[in-house]
Write a protein that binds this ligand. Structure first.
Ligand SMILES: Nc1nc2c(ncn2[C@@H]2O[C@H](COP(=O)(O)OP(=O)(O)O)[C@@H](O)[C@H]2O)c(=O)[nH]1
Ligand SMILES: [Mg+2]
Length: 400
């Protein structure tokens, strides 16, 4: 199915201004006909398939969890309890990693008591303690998280692989270590488990009356993001209507777990180029989530600057002031987005069998800044995405 995005639903400000009154009216009539046609179109009976792509830890599995919260009925108490070992493991991995890095970074503990707590933690196996956590373990974890040395180590956590949710779980440790603990929805959204296979979620959404009414089934596929998982991706490319590409805005100062010499944001941009140019995905709509901007903003407030990793940022900021750029976070967001836009405008020649064979593509790409752990944010963004995809289908069927 050939897909085309309807500009009317996501107008670009500059383009919007250029469209005269008359053209807008014509466009509205055209859209009305398309939307009216939609109820007759065949795609309603077939699921709309969305493929989540992006490097490891960009937020793909978190989006699947959000779909479950928003469109299915979330998590039962039993399912919540089943997440306890995963959350315990996240906490255990985080504290072990922090304690282990103290020596590597040459940071001292704030007290002898903390040193003893560190010895205790290092004497434990890599596997997290079982439920319920024993009191001794809890006391040591709490003492360490309150230690000034450990906090200094945490502030340098871009220099080693640490779970993004480490702070969230350690800040909430007292509640989590309680015997009556049942993970909250927020805890589940913050927990992390590596995706190795391909997982799928199906859900139905009601379509607004203005778009023809009724329901549409969506199927979303989540694949592993690590380098060694990417050869599996091709298996799910067939019949995909849209790719949701996740890129983490916060990883500009971090290196890959798989290859500590490689900057994570550079790797994500390389992957984006490969996805954009992939011939098996050439007819799919492309939507980008510039994710984790909450962490990016936190980093900038803590004195990190993207220019130290991407020197070209300096020239980028000399451009005329953008309306919506008030501070360094805004400029950083815009800079990362521009990197993606530049990739979609690169002319390219076919180098491999997997690349599309064309000059510059006419395809459009849609960008959203997101915080995947924030249900409200994903609800709003997904509402837009849904409209776009449904409109694309309408446009697609009208072209058949
Ligand atoms: N603070 C914050 N954490 C996020 C965000 N998106 C994902 N995470 C966390 O980042 C970690 C990796 O996310 P995950 O969905 O497993 O990434 P995946 O490897 O692409 O599936 C998890 O601990 C998530 O809770 C975000 O926008 N903000
Ligand atoms: Mg995953």
């Amino acid at each position: 199915m050939k897909l085309r995005l309807l500009r009317c639903l996501r107008p670009q400000p500059s383009k919007q201004a250029a469209i005269g009154q008359k053209e807008s009216e014509l466009q509205a009539v055209h859209d009305h006909h398309l939307l009216k046609d939609m109820s007759k179109s065949p795609f309603r009976d077939t699921p709309v398939k969305i493929l989540l792509l992006g490097t490891a830890e960009s937020g793909k599995t978190t989006i699947i969890k959000q779909m479950r919260i928003l469109h299915i009925n979330g998590f039962t108490d039993n399912e919540r309890r089943e997440k306890i070992p995963e959350i315990y493991q996240n906490i255990h991995d985080s504290i072990l990693q922090l304690v282990g890095q103290m020596g590597v970074l040459g940071i001292d503990f704030g007290s002898c008591t903390s040193e003893r707590s560190a010895d205790y933690i290092l004497s434990l196996p890599g596997l997290a303690p079982e439920w319920p956590m024993n009191e001794e373990y809890c006391d040591h974890v709490m003492a360490l998280w309150n230690d000034v040395g450990i906090r200094a180590c945490y502030n340098r956590s871009n220099e080693f692989p640490l779970l993004d949710s480490a702070k969230y779980f350690l800040d909430n440790f007292e509640r989590i270590s309680n015997v009556d603990y049942i993970p909250s929805t927020e805890d589940i959204l913050h927990s992390r488990k590596i995706t190795t296979g391909i997982s799928q979620i199906s859900f139905r959404v009601s379509i607004p009356k203005s778009m023809g009414g009724g329901e549409q089934e969506f199927r979303m596929y989540d694949v592993g993001g690590q380098r060694d998982q990417r050869n599996k991706w091709i298996q799910v490319f067939e019949g995909i209507q849209a790719v949701l590409f996740l890129i983490s805005c916060s990883e500009f100062d971090q290196n890959l777990r798989e290859d500590p010499t490689q900057n994570r944001l550079q790797e994500a941009l390389k992957l984006f180029r490969a996805v954009w140019q992939n011939r098996f995905l050439a007819s799919a709509g492309l939507i980008v989530f510039l994710n984790k901007y909450d962490i990016m903003e936190r980093k900038i407030r803590a004195g990190k600057h993207i220019v130290d990793y991407f020197p070209e940022y300096e020239d980028f900021c000399k451009r005329p002031q953008q309306d919506n750029c008030f501070d360094e976070s805004d400029w950083t967001k815009l800079f990362i987005k521009q990197k993606l836009v530049d990739i979609t405008q690169e002319p390219f020649k076919r180098h491999s069998r997997n690349q599309v064979d064309m000059g510059t593509s006419e395809r459009e790409c849609y960008y959203h800044f997101t915080v995947a752990t924030d249900t409200g944010c994903i609800r709003d963004v997904f509402c837009d995405v849904q409209k776009m995809i449904l409109s694309e289908n309408v446009a697609g069927t009208s072209l058949l």
